[in-house]
Ligand binder design. Structure first.
Ligand code: GLU
Length: 474
């Protein structure tokens, strides 16, 4: 079929299955299916480093296996979701080179969730609850005060029909909880964290639907993972306990859970989850003229045992992608490391890829002459002014002026005017080193340092070069 079939080699260092049932479940999920991953942001803000990293790793996982990478817009929260963010997410992914192979929006799939909800309700896996937020808060405080974990006490599950009818008669609409099966012990082999086990009795039955009928994250995500044929869920470790719940949801909906992998979170320089890190939106990187390749190169390997290197080729990064190299410790995102990688990436960029961002008239030779001096592509314009002028050289002393006059006279326009000029001048004047080169550079560019003169001089051109030398000499 031309489809790449998943092979177990993708998970070479997975721990051995410790539990027969789990092994059976996992191999059912593998079942020779094409790898399908998804990135599922809520459109409540711009993408930030944390979710760029999640998107990237899901993209890499799919690409490496020849599978599909899908975008799922988690917009069930109508109040906080904004259309402008949906657009921004698509644009940011395109800018990063992580365009998805398909897209779904949760707001257009509400019927699916309602159907799954009915099924679960028929099966007795969903129950109405009537506590107010304040009541629940009070229960939690009491439990915590007694040194108990704040697990929902299932009071609503114990209610009689009469008690429920009384609540309804009072005008209290219920919210809905998923009933965890306390007899079914929860386990999976996590692609990053290894074997995971949860006792469902230690978890609260999650609220899945609000009293107004709107959906919380938990059920729609599991329903979509089934409906979209997701084989691998790769996300941050803040979702580990959601996974425990969702594993039971998959089973309750007669589906095999996908493989799960939870990566350690990113932290800022300060060493803890910082507000600033969350504020580092994709738009901010774009405004700072950070190259998408730099973000990708850094985030591809940050927190793994592989060295972070300024690798511009996606294929190289994809080929090396391996969840077994991911560490369990939080990964530190360092902005100065991003800047360093960005500079190294800029030095690799081809003219064709950046031409549209360069000043008018700056051709390939110009780009190649100036590129080694850049930290950001946007700095090309400043350096290009050295070629187009006007420039402002310093005031030289009389002796240097005489030297520059001589230079203007001796300038010849061969294949390599700079080495020809400097060698004849050296011979004629006995100057060498800085005394020879600096006044020439200053009079030709107005600067003490900058791109290679051998490359710049041909771009300045013969007449202009002679005129600049003559002007500096007077
Ligand atoms: N919208 C959820 C989030 O951004 C998706 C989590 C998931 O990957 O299932 O946290």
């Amino acid at each position: 079929t031309g489809m790449t079939v998943f092979s177990i080699r993708l998970w070479p260092r997975w721990p051995r299955f410790t539990d027969e049932r789990l092994a059976a479940g996992a191999s059912r999920a593998i079942g020779g299916r094409m790898i399908v991953t998804r990135f599922a942001p809520a459109p409540t803000g711009r993408l930030h480093v944390g979710n760029i990293r999640t998107a990237l790793h899901n993209w890499m996982l799919a690409r490496k296996a020849g599978g599909r990478f899908l975008l799922r817009i988690d917009d069930t929260d109508a109040e906080r979701s904004r259309e402008e963010y949906v657009t921004a997410i698509r644009e940011d992914l395109a800018w990063l080179g992580l365009a998805p192979d398909g897209e779904e929006r949760q707001s257009q799939r509400l019927g699916l969730y309602a159907a799954a909800f009915e099924r679960l309700k028929q099966a007795g896996r969903v129950y109405p609850a009537y506590e107010s937020a304040q009541e629940l808060d009070l229960k939690r405080k009491i439990q915590l005060g007694r040194g108990l974990p704040p697990i929902y006490d299932r009071a609503a599950l114990e209610m009689s029909d009469t008690e429920r009818a009384a609540k309804e008669a009072e005008g209290t609409a219920p919210h809905w909880r998923f009933r965890l099966d306390h007899d079914e012990h929860i386990a999976w082999v996590d692609g990053v964290r290894g074997p995971q086990k949860f006792d469902p009795a230690q978890l609260s039955d999650p609220v899945i639907r609000r009293a107004d009928g709107s959906w919380l994250y938990m059920l729609p995500s599991a329903v979509d993972d089934i409906a979209m044929g997701i084989t691998d869920v790769l996300r941050g470790e803040d979702h580990v306990s959601n996974t425990a719940v969702q594993v039971q949801m998959f089973t309750a909906l007669d589906a095999s859970p996908p493989r799960f992998a939870h990566e350690a979170l990113l932290v800022g320089n300060e060493g803890k989850l910082s507000k600033r890190l969350g504020a580092l939106g994709c738009d901010a990187f774009r405004e700072r003229d950070i190259e998408p390749q730099a973000l990708v190169a850094l985030l591809a390997r940050l927190g793994t045992s592989q060295p972070v290197e300024p690798i511009a080729e996606r294929a190289t990064l994809v080929a090396g992608f391996d969840l077994s190299t991911f560490g369990r410790a939080p990964a530190r995102f360092d902005d100065s490391e991003l800047e360093r990688i960005n500079t190294a990436i800029v030095h690799q960029l081809d003219y064709a890829g950046v031409a549209h961002r360069l000043p008018q008239g700056m051709g390939e030779e110009g780009w190649e002459a100036i590129r080694p001096n850049l930290e950001k592509v946007s700095e090309a314009g400043e350096w290009w002014c050295l070629v187009t002028g006007p420039i402002s050289p310093p005031q030289f002393d009389a002796e240097t002026q005489a030297f520059l006059r001589q230079a203007a006279k001796m300038l010849e326009w061969g294949d390599d005017p700079w080495s020809e000029l400097t060698s004849v001048l050296k011979q004629a004047t006995g100057r060498k080193g800085k005394a020879l080169f600096l006044p020439l550079r200053q009079s030709l560019t107005g600067m003490d340092h900058g791109p290679s003169m051998a490359e710049l001089l041909p771009l300045i051109g013969e007449d202009e070069a002679r005129a600049r030398l003559a002007r500096a000499a007077s």
